[in-house]
Design a protein around this ligand. Structure first.
Ligand SMILES: NC(=O)c1ccc[n+]([C@@H]2O[C@H](COP(=O)([O-])OP(=O)(O)OC[C@H]3O[C@@H](n4cnc5c(N)ncnc54)[C@H](O)[C@@H]3O)[C@@H](O)[C@H]2O)c1
Length: 260
């Protein structure tokens, strides 16, 4: 029997790479999509397949879809952000954030959901962020794009339920990845300081998120669709305590490293 197939976008590093590893470990054939050609090394390591493209490239998504006999899961993980105040956000930056973070998940669903439907259904997980609700100064249109991807998720879940395609979101809190080094700092001391204001006492690791993505794609979540699961170590349950402390200590940008 052919193994289940999962397509993970933004798989070259960070959360996407952890998600690809998690699915490979449970026997999925993994398709790793990224604009960074380094994704090929991960695909090789996992015995999977790499697609090097920009996630906004609809032709690349359609070409992959036409080559697949089955597609059991799609994880729309690739995203970009520009850390600048709203009024310093250029139109080009705004368009990039909205097209990569919101339109591209639609592009990959348009291409791959028909493959899922052909084989009896599947699961889509879109990566959101706790900033969809707890916005922060200096993060441009990123929070808005994540609120939009949650809305997209609910709309898709409603329309695709009758085809047995479930669509959910995972909203991470602060997770240590290559992409968040500029915002969260690179040394252990900075990360430890940030971790102290999170109820569970540490910043997240990519595998914390990968586990929940895998759960949402599994039969154990078979009665869940249109939902957003926050995976943030309790970061947001305390009235956005982190941002309050960061602001009061630094008097500045809430994502800048916390001073001692
Ligand atoms: N790390 C966090 O703290 C955090 C918090 C909340 C939400 N998230 C979300 O989790 C997801 C992964 O975050 P991460 O920290 O692992 O990111 P990251 O920057 O480390 O990795 C993102 C990957 O996406 C790829 N990518 C970006 N734009 C692309 C494009 N146009 N075409 C193809 N590939 C593209 C990059 O090359 C990179 O490999 C994102 O959706 C992000 O918004 C992360």
């Amino acid at each position: 029997m052919t193994p289940p197939v999962v397509v993970v976008t933004g798989a070259a590093q960070g959360i996407g790479a952890a998600v690809a590893r998690r699915f490979a470990a449970e026997g999925h054939a993994v398709v790793c999509v990224d604009r960074n050609a380094a994704v090929a090394a991960l695909a090789d390591e996992l015995g999977g397949r790499a697609v090097v493209c920009d996630v906004r490239d609809e032709q690349a998504a359609r070409s992959l879809a036409s080559s697949l006999d089955r597609c059991d899961a799609l994880v729309n993980n690739a995203a970009v952000w520009h850390l600048s105040p709203l009024l310093d956000t250029s139109v080009d930056e705004a368009v990039e954030v909205l097209t990569v973070n919101v339109v591209a998940p639609l592009v990959w669903m348009r291409a791959l959901v028909p493959v899922m439907v052909r084989t009896g259904g599947g699961s889509v997980v879109n990566l959101s962020s706790v900033t969809s609700a707890y916005t922060a100064t200096g993060t441009g249109l990123y929070p808005m794009s994540k609120a939009a991807v949650e809305s997209l998720t609910r709309a898709a879940a409603l329309e695709l339920a009758r085809d047995a395609v479930r669509v959910n979101c995972v909203a991470p809190g602060m997770v240590v990845t290559e992409g968040t080094q500029a915002a969260y700092g690179t040394d252990d001391e900075q990360r430890r300081a940030r971790g102290q204001v999170i109820p569970l006492g540490r910043m997240g690791e990519p595998r914390d998120i990968a586990e929940v993505v895998a759960f949402l794609c599994s039969p154990a979540a078979g009665y869940m669709t249109g939902q957003v699961l926050w995976v943030d170590g309790g970061f947001t349950i305390g009235g956005n305590e982190y941002f309050r402390i960061a602001r009061s200590r630094s008097g500045g940008h809430p994502t800048s490293p916390l001073p001692d």
